[in-house]
Ligand binder design. Structure first.
Ligand code: PMP
Length: 304
């Protein structure tokens, strides 16, 4: 296995060309590196297909727009490039990381005058990028930083800069012996973990915070669809942290992590219960369906 992400065999798609892995580099004076102007996606390959590819490509374009720039590739072109680079690397399962960013023509806070770049890198998944499931559920602690208010940051974008506080909180949680941290929003309501959305089973309903200014996960949407297909009520609403006391099951969900049962949030303990287990099974079937590359339950992203 390769030692670092930079030193691997394979191909990366960069600005329209397939490059040998080690040649996909950028200059140290790149706007995105200094001022956080990159936007990213995280995708999973199952049976050689990228689950909800169209939705991810559309969300990437939309994230760039939320940062006031336009990608010079259509959603269809990004889909095609992604299929091409997955095939070039001969991957039947794995992870894909698209990243778009502002270039190195000008150095300063303003990105005006910089070019827009796009790279797409797929690899065999080793471990899970955000959080790894454990048999009895993962342990979570409450984060200190909160997700920003809508008038503080474009929180619905999957933007590199917005991960600054997620990274600090994730490291703080890991160093304290937890697997992840749960972030509140600017009003003290439950928001998301450092790299995943959250669901609570309360009574016979599934409850999930409304993503007013945090990432509206594609996995989250898929889970809501699966629950509805089982006839389970889904409540998408403001959720106060006190409601964690009355939940019978809690799980996180994200593209890389899939569905991850939570065994504890600080002093609270949870079982890996029947709703979580059923959704884990349903999700594994969903991601392997032949038509899985479309928008699915994330049809709201189709406009991008
Ligand atoms: N919130 C954050 C902060 C994330 O990083 C992710 C993973 N991309 C999610 C939620 C879940 O999003 P998705 O289901 O689209 O992967």
């Amino acid at each position: 296995m390769s030692l670092t992400m930079a030193d691997r065999d394979g191909f990366i798609w960069l600005d329209g060309k397939l490059l040998p892995w080690r040649e996909a580099t950028m200059h140290v004076l790149t706007h995105a590196l200094h001022y956080g102007s990159a936007v990213i996606e995280g995708e999973r390959i199952y049976e050689g297909r990228v689950f909800r590819l169209a939705a991810h490509s559309a969300r990437l374009r939309n994230s760039a727009r939320l940062l006031d720039y336009e990608l010079p590739w259509s959603r269809e072109q990004i889909d095609e490039a992604t299929r091409g680079v997955v095939a070039a690397n001969n991957l039947k399962s794995g992870y894909v990381r698209p990243i778009a960013w502002r270039g190195s023509e000008v150095m300063g806070v303003s990105a005006i005058g910089t070019s827009v770049h796009l790279a797409i890198a797929p690899w065999t998944q080793e471990g899970r990028l955000s959080v790894q499931a454990k048999p009895g559920g993962i342990t979570v602690t409450m984060a200190q930083y909160r997700r920003p208010a809508p008038d503080s940051a474009p929180g619905t974008a999957k933007a590199a800069g917005l991960y600054l506080i997620c990274g600090i909180e994730k490291d703080r949680a890991l160093n304290a012996g937890f697997d992840d941290a749960l972030m509140l929003d600017w009003q003290g309501r439950l928001a998301e973990s450092t790299g995943a959305n959250i669901f609570l089973a309360i009574g016979n309903s599934l409850v999930t915070p409304k993503p007013e200014n945090f990432l509206d996960g594609i996995t989250r949407r898929a889970v809501m669809g699966l629950a509805e297909r089982r006839g389970w009520p889904v409540e998408e609403r403001a959720v106060m942290p006190e409601e964690l006391d009355g939940a019978s099951e809690v799980f996180l969900c994200a593209t890389a992590a899939e569905i991850v049962p939570v065994g504890a949030i600080d002093h609270r303990r949870y079982q890996v219960g029947p709703m979580t287990r059923a959704l884990i099974d349903d999700y594994q079937k969903l991601v392997r369906q032949p038509d899985c590359e479309g928008f699915g339950e994330s049809a709201h992203l189709a406009a991008a």
